[in-house]
Write a protein that binds this ligand. Structure first.
Ligand code: MRU
Length: 357
């Protein structure tokens, strides 16, 4: 384990971080609708936990940490719909709403982690339990932003000056409370002069890279080049990238990592070309209860996401499609896992245990 970070004080965090996907108004949860970006910047207003669960399932809000934060606010909304005075009774009555939030998406462990935190906050609340839930949701959001900044400093320290990086999906402010995980490392790397070239994959079929990542970087004045997913190995061969920097939806006890579909093939191509692979995720994404990647449930979404583009069918009628939206990268293909608690280099079960118990 290493713990070398760029000096936090030297990084101008706000300069490169302008987008926020989640706003709590005190009455409702406003979610920047990521289905409509980059051409429409519209917020969907959720006033109940079921509306939040639906927004998570439909990818209005997405990205593992952002899903967890939205779910925590969903619990705050659920608490407003029941009329009980005792926290213990509330715990019982809120459980169905929590279960529906939990079922919204299966792969990102942050969702169940955030709900477990909310349950604990309720179980230990004395006095105003609704206020305790609101404080906990705020804490989850605040801690995520702080973790991302810390990971940015830790991850950027691994990059040699003027490196080229390739990222996949969207792991930025849009996917978190702000700053981002892998994109946070890239932000910090740009701020510190460690990153000279940023490449982002389209990330078919939902195009998180094409619609979200390069837009988000543009808001922050960070130059990035979009590539087709299928151009990644060729890009590596040109020598323009030294690191693949990605996020995670679940990191197992042995370091195996579930992330957006296509991460696995990027890691294989990286190994072949001597390009390093960095996974960046808060400790809320680490799931020490799951021994290895085979046990992770991989979300499969509607094949229509593959068969159509912006609602218009582009594939012949009658063609079938298979749409798994995550894959698992074996730990042997990962050079470093960066969390706010520290960096695990060449991760395996023993090294993961040393940091996460
Ligand atoms: O389906 P999505 O867009 O929610 O998938 C997101 C990813 O796979 C991200 O890489 C991951 O959640 C990390 S986000 C900081």
């Amino acid at each position: 384990m290493t713990d070398t970070a760029l000096a936090l004080a030297d990084l101008d965090f706000d300069r490169y971080d302008h987008v926020r996907p989640i706003r709590w108004t005190g009455e409702a949860l406003e979610l920047l609708d990521q289905r409509l970006l980059p051409f429409s910047v519209v917020h969907e207003v959720c006033r109940s936990s079921d509306e939040v669960a639906e927004a998570i399932a439909k990818l209005v809000v997405r990205g593992a940490p952002a899903i967890g934060i939205a779910a925590a606010w969903g619990v705050v909304l659920a608490a407003r719909s029941i009329e009980v005075t005792r926290a213990q009774t509330a715990l019982h009555q809120l459980e169905p709403a929590l279960q529906r939030l939990n079922a919204a998406r299966p792969t990102a462990v942050n969702l169940m982690w955030a709900l477990a935190r909310m349950r604990r906050a309720l179980a230990t609340a004395d006095g105003d339990w609704r206020a305790a839930l609101e404080r906990e949701a705020q804490a989850i959001e605040r801690e995520d932003l702080a973790a991302n900044r810390r990971m940015g400093a830790l991850g950027a320290a691994l990059l040699a000056p003027a490196s080229g990086v390739l990222t996949h999906c969207n792991t930025g402010s849009l996917a978190t409370a702000g700053f981002g995980t892998a994109l946070g490392v890239i932000r910090a790397g740009v701020a510190a002069g460690r990153v000279a070239r940023v490449f982002a994959t389209e990330t078919r079929p939902w195009n998180q890279g094409a619609r979200l990542t390069v837009w988000e970087l543009m808001q922050d004045g960070i130059d990035a080049t979009l590539i087709a997913d299928s151009a990644a190995a060729h890009l590596m061969k040109t020598g323009q990238v030294q690191w693949v920097v990605v996020g995670a939806d679940r990191i197992c006890a042995n370091g195996d990592t579930a992330n957006k579909i296509g991460t696995y093939q990027l890691a294989i191509a990286a190994k072949h070309h001597g390009v390093k692979v960095m996974v960046v995720a808060p400790s809320s994404t680490v799931d020490m209860a799951t021994a290895a990647g085979d046990a992770i449930e991989i979300e499969e979404r509607d094949p229509a996401e593959l068969l159509s583009f912006r609602g218009e069918r582009v594939v012949a009628t009658g063609v079938r499609a298979w749409n798994p939206v995550f894959d698992v990268t074996p730990h042997a293909l990962i050079d470093a896992i960066v969390t706010e608690r520290g960096v695990v280099e060449q991760p395996d079960a023993a090294r993961m245990r040393a940091l996460f118990g």
